[in-house]
Structures are given as C-alpha cells and as structure tokens.
Design a protein around this ligand. Sequence first.
Ligand code: AMP
Ligand code: ZN
Length: 136
Amino acid sequence: MTDCLFCKIVAGEIPAIRITETDRAIAFMDIFPAAPGHALVIPREHHDDALGASDEDLAACMQLASRVGQAAVSHLGATGVTFQSLARPDAGQTVFHLHIHVIPRVAGDGFAVPWPHAEGDLAEIEGHAARLRSAL
Ligand code: AMP
Ligand code: ZN
C-alpha cells in the first residue's frame, strides 16, 4: 500500500532501526518507546490489522514477536513481556498496518493493564460466549 508508513519501512523507503527479519516478518524498534527495548513486529505484506490478516502472516508475526521477547528477557534484563496488537481506531490503533508491540517489562514499571479485574456478571459472560461460539 503506497501511503502506508510500515509498508515504506518494509520497502526501505524510510529508515527504521531493524533487529531481525524472516521471509514473512520484520522486527524493528518503536521510536516512541513505551519502555526501554520496545519493538514492533510487522508482516512484509500489508494487512490493516490482525482482524484481516492471513493465518500465515499472523503465525509468522507471533513467532517472531516471541523470539524478540525472548531476547528482551535474555539480553535486556526484562523479567516479563507485554505482547499487544491493537485493531481499529476504537481500540487505539494509530498505524494501520498489522503490528505486534513487544514491550519488555520489569516489576514495578508502572505499565498497568487498562481494566479493573472486577468479577463480571456470569450470565452476561455466558451470553457473550454463546454468541462468539456460534460465530466460530
Ligand atoms: P499503534 O498505536 O498500536 O497503532 O502503534 C503504532 C506504533 O508505531 C506506535 O507505538 C508508534 O510509536 C510507532 N511508530 C510510529 N512511527 C514509527 C516509525 N517511523 N518508526 C518506528 N515506530 C513508529
Ligand atoms: Zn502497510
């Protein structure tokens, strides 16, 4: 896609701090890092987000993200990793080429999960599960 920022990174038309790559995916550093070592993994092929991507590219991206996360643990001192992929504007996505954030974590880093962990209504949860089940 010609006006896609991450397609331009894939093509080498704009600079990126690359880490590693495979035949399907590329890992590079996020230049607005949420934490030290924050990386992004993207497919070479354009997909807007994880909702529209092929199984092959989803698998390739998650496999590479895991490898980058393992390197953050073994070589950056991370003691945990957040893997995150936002899909569509209402989820907060700002670059519309599928990407997985690989964010190295340490205890007490203040990177809080954005929900309260309050117990839900079980009947409502069962209802949502039934609707998802019927779709799958
Ligand atoms: P999201 O908000 O989930 O769509 O994530 C987009 C990410 O891309 C953000 O974390 C940005 O910091 C990052 N980003 C934007 N432009 C660049 C760039 N030129 N190189 C590396 N990362 C970028
Ligand atoms: Zn793209």
